[in-house]
Write a protein that binds this ligand. Structure first.
Ligand code: ADP
Ligand code: MG
Length: 324
């Protein structure tokens, strides 16, 4: 493996949580209705990540190609990030993950009679055979970062890393209520959701003790729509980790929106704590900054004022309706 390739790989997958993110996004893009994520830990590290989906699968003659850098079946030039319907578009994830780990993929489109078992280790194909398997794709990643010792060494503690993955998967479950998610760590189920539920049901499955303290919100300004759940003022957290914001189905970081939500609560909650919220925004793609870096999640909006005002208004209205 050339150094250049490993550095490039590191930009896309710098930690186990980014591997999980890329693979779950692929499963979502593959129109899956069930996605299962299994983690195994050993000797203080995440030793195995497995994602299984029931999506469209990869045709046998495309499997090898899918692992090449810049190979994507999701062509979209000239479109901006938040207008594309699929989450992936760069064709870098599988190549990058395969460069820094041992990958085994079993994949079968429903049109094929047999599945393909494909193993690639540090970028080298070591097996490509026919096998039997259900429709969909299962990808197993082991020996993560085996050939990038520096990154291995600086990985955060196992607990922190698993916590990041858990919260990422909780976010995906909220964002895609139509998909059945199952999440296991060392064979123990951490959560599962039922596809086809609404956001409140998903939230209840994820956070049973908090669910009774959430109220739905809905607001519109022109073509901008915000829906979701916010917490009653008695449910607050010490940090912003439970303030989930998605724009056009994509998880984003937006300090401006977080402050807007906080502002809407006013004196209902103290300054040093944060409400819980799931905010789903639909914004016309033309109003979202096209120059966002794909691996960064921070977004800018041309009509930022309007969007922030809408957020504040919608949250205030919901709190007023709750008769506090
Ligand atoms: P991107 O998602 O940006 O296209 P990736 O490297 O993540 O690039 O994936 C490369 C290609 O492999 C995808 O375009 C898709 O065709 C295929 N692929 C990857 N994962 C799956 C999956 N779980 N189900 C079906 N196809 C997949
Ligand atoms: Mg992808």
């Amino acid at each position: 493996e050339s150094t250049v390739h490993l550095i490039a790989a590191g930009e896309v997958v710098d930690r186990p949580v980014s591997i999980v993110k890329e693979l779950v996004e692929n499963a979502i893009d593959a129109a899956s209705s069930r996605i299962t994520v299994e983690l195994s830990t050993a000797h203080g590290v995440i030793s195995r990540i497995r994602i299984t989906d029931d999506g469209v699968g990869i045709p046998s003659d495309q499997v090898r190609i899918a692992f090449l850098a810049h190979a994507t079946s999701k062509i979209r030039t000239g479109e901006d990030l938040l207008s594309c319907r699929t989450l992936g578009f760069r064709g870098e994830a599988l190549a990058s993950i395969a460069a820094v780990s041992y990958v085994t993929m079993i994949t079968k489109p429903k049109e094929s009679d047999t599945a393909i078992l494909f193993r690639i280790t540090g970028g080298e194909v070591v097996e490509c055979t026919e096998t039997g398997a259900p429709n969909g794709t299962s990808i197993t990643v082991e020996e993560v970062f085996f050939n990038t010792p520096a990154r291995r060494k600086f990985l955060k503690s196992l607990q922190t890393e698993v916590a990041h993955i858990t919260s990422l998967l909780e976010s995906f479950a909220c964002l895609y209520p139509g998909i059945t998610f199952r999440y296991l760590v060392n064979g123990i189920e951490k959560f599962s959701t039922h596809g086809g539920s609404d956001l409140s049901d998903i939230f209840r499955a994820l956070y049973p003790s908090d669910a009774g303290m959430m109220i739905p919100i809905r607001g519109r300004d022109g073509n901008t729509l915000v829906t979701g759940l916010i917490s009653l003022p008695k449910l607050v957290k010490q940090n912003r980790q439970r303030l989930l914001i998605a724009v056009n189905g994509r998880l984003v970081q937006s300090p401006a929106m977080v402050s807007a939500v906080k502002r809407a609560y006013g004196s209902l909650i103290p300054g040093n704590v944060w409400p819980v919220a799931v905010l789903m925004l639909e914004i016309p793609p033309a109003e979202v900054d096209a120059n966002i870096h794909p691996t960064k999640r921070e977004v800018r909006f041309s009509a930022e004022r309007t969007i922030l005002d809408l957020l504040v208004r919608t949250v205030r209205l919901a709190l007023d309706d709750a008769n506090l």
